[in-house]
Structures are given as C-alpha cells and as structure tokens.
Design a protein around this ligand. Structure first.
Ligand SMILES: *Cc1c(COP(=O)(O)O)cnc(C)c1O
Length: 371
C-alpha cells in the first residue's frame, strides 16, 4: 500500500544528516528541531500556532480538553472514520452524536448535522476523509449559528485546500477553531514513528493547549490542571523538517497517480472512481478509494490478492456497529449510507513512489476482472 523505503532512498542524505545532528546535540526532547518544525508547519499552513504532540489521537484528545466541556456535553462527528475520532469523545466522558455520510465523498453530511443539535451540543469534529476536506462552509454556518466549536480532524488531508463558494481557497486544518493531524508513517506527511500536532489561530487556545500537552504545567512544576504528557520527539521533528519540504511534491504525485487510475477505471461500469468536490488540489488522496457496485467488492478483493496487489478496506464498519461503541447508538436506521458504502469501498495502493508500470499492472489486473 505504501513504499516508505523507496521514498527514504531519495532523501536519505538529508534525513541521516538531520538525525545525526539531533543525536550529537543529545537534545532528544524539545530540541531545536521541534521548534523549527513548529515554525515550518505554521508557515506551510499559514496558521498562528502549531503545537506538536505525540500522535494524532492525543492531538484530538487535547483539542477537546482545551474546550473545557462538561461531562455529558455532546460532540457531533461522522460515523465513518478511524476510531480515534469517537474514542477521544468517549474517553473524556462526552457524548458522541454521530451523523451519516455523503455517499460520494464519504465525509460527514452537513444536512444531517442540523437535526442532531441540542442544548447540550458544544462541538463538531468533521474528518477530512481520504484526503478531501469536508463541506466546511456549510459546517461553519451551522457552528456559527449555534455557537459550536469546530475541530477539524486533518490526519488524512494535510496540504489539501478547501474551496469556498466565493472561489477563495483555504488550507485544510486552518478553517475550524482547532485542527489536529497525525504524522503516522503512512500519512501524507509521515515521520519514522509516531507524531502529531494541534493547530489553531487562537492565542488563548494555543496557550491552553501548550500547557495541557505538558502535564497542565504553565510554570515549571506548578500544575494548574490535569494534563497529559504528549510530545513530538526531536528525531521525529528532524525527519519531518526534511519531509515537509517535499509535501507539495508528494501530494502532486499522489494526484498524478489518481488521474492515471481514473483514466482506466472511469471506463468500467461497475466501478465508481473517487468523487472530487472541487478542483484537483482540494483532494490529496491519502487513500484512493473506489466503490465497487453489484456486490462485487469481495470478489475483486480476492482477485487482487491472487495477483499480489495489496488493498485496504477503509472502513469495514461504521462506528454504530463497532463492539466498543455500539451501545452509544439508539438505532442502526440512522446510517443507511454507511451501511451501503462499507460493503462497496476498496482502497488501492497509493503513495509517492508509485510507478507508471505498477499502476498499469494494477489497472490491467482490475480491467481483466471486469471483462
Ligand atoms: C491516523 C488517524 C488518526 C490518528 O492518528 P495516530 O497518530 O495514529 O494517533 C486520527 N484520525 C484519523 C482520521 C486518522 O486517519
């Protein structure tokens, strides 16, 4: 699905040099590379504050903690995402209010948010799934009307842009009150271990978040609140400084590969290629996800396995069916779209090192299946 070694070979010299620098300095925690990365990512996104942390799940948890919500307060999010999004809501004693998705983009359907708002609703967490931003204009409108916080889960769409109806574009992760991301190795910007970050334009929230990731400490050894220990280590930051310079190139290469896939798969009736909400730079293809019609998905998956082509099913279930969360849900009838697409989705290899030859092998293998 990814080729991290192939990618490393092209930046080996810089990466090794930066790692050695950290080892030589012995500043393994909060060393200069961390501060440098924070500034680099702030500039890349055009945002006032980036607070690095240990991973994307911590980022979401701390973002929610910074809003000072009360137990039982409601947080609206999507039904179709990686576990972290709902997990942190439950861990903090908040109530997840989960909404079905748009069948084309797999993102939260803003039209369904309105019906779920109550006196207790405090925040919305849209997830920019597979590399494409949610309908942020609609989401912001609802949030403003009801005075809700918006936390963008931007673990899959770093570097993508959202296009407003005015045609103005804004980077994903700079639109809500707070955004979070992950540098898990396979993400669009990945390190060589775990890493994450929290972003905001608010000075107050940034101050609060900096304390929360550091044991609730605002002055050394004075703990003003119950925080967590969540740091990006200096070696990971050093690697990210090298890779951030490549992020636009990496995302362009994903878009090129997606185009080559689309050219072939658009001709196959039983395949639905990824729907792109606006123009190309709005989708950075963290995943290239097809929908397979007529109940053929599992047979196609078998065919891919036989031909040694890796694939992923993201995600096999909505949150409403997961053992850990299902008691939170009143009924399954709220999620007809999730229930349909979970049986149709299949994600193909998508990374920065995909060659034309590999893509041709994959598209030929899939075309022959449908002939
Ligand atoms: C990867 C991911 C996360 C969690 O990131 P970790 O760094 O693995 O904790 C959260 N949300 C989404 C949508 C993700 O894809």
């Amino acid at each position: 699905m990814v080729d991290l070694n192939g990618q490393y070979r092209k930046i080996r010299w810089q990466v090794n040099r930066e790692i050695k620098k950290v080892i030589k300095s012995s500043s393994f925690i909060n060393g200069p590379s961390v501060k440098e990365f924070q500034n680099n990512l702030q500039n890349f996104l055009g945002i006032r504050h980036v607070i690095p942390c240990a991973n994307g799940t911590d980022a979401l948890q701390v973002a929610l903690m910074s809003l000072e919500l009360n137990k039982g307060d409601e947080v609206i999010t999507t039904n179709f995402s990686f576990a972290s999004t709902i997990e942190v809501i439950l861990l903090l004693g908040l109530k997840p209010v989960v909404v079905d998705i748009d069948p084309k983009t797999f993102n939260i359907n803003p039209n369904l948010i309105k019906d779920k708002i109550s006196e207790k609703t405090k925040a919305i967490i849209p997830v920019h799934l597979f590399g494409q931003t949610c309908k942020m204009e609609e989401i912001l409108e609802i949030a403003n009307k009801h005075n809700l916080f918006v936390i963008e889960d931007n673990a899959q769409a770093l570097g993508s842009k959202y296009k407003f109806s005015s045609s103005e574009k804004q980077m994903a992760g700079t639109i809500g009150d707070i955004s979070t991301t992950s540098f898990f190795p396979s993400k669009n910007l990945g390190c060589y271990g775990d890493g994450g970050a929290i972003m905001t334009n608010s000075d107050n929230l940034a101050y609060k978040i900096r304390g929360l990731v550091n044991h609730g400490m605002y002055e050394r050894y004075y703990h003003d609140e119950v925080g967590v220990n969540s740091r990006l280590d200096s070696i990971q930051a050093a690697i990210l400084n090298v890779k951030l310079k490549c992020l636009n190139k990496y995302n362009n290469s994903r878009q090129e590969s997606a185009k080559l896939y689309n050219d072939k798969f658009d001709k196959i009736e039983l395949l639905e290629t990824p729907f792109v909400e606006s123009d190309l730079d709005t989708h950075v293809y963290h995943q290239y996800t097809l929908k397979v019609k007529n109940g053929m998905r599992d047979k196609l998956a078998e065919h891919l396995s036989k031909n040694n082509i890796p694939f992923g099913i993201y995600y096999p279930l909505g949150f409403h069916e997961q053992k850990a969360y299902k008691q939170e849900f009143m009924s399954d009838n709220d999620f007809p779209v999730t229930n349909q697409v979970k049986n149709e989705v299949i994600s193909l290899p998508m990374h920065t090192e995909l060659s034309k030859r590999q893509i041709t092998y994959i598209t030929d293998t899939i075309s022959s299946f449908f002939e």
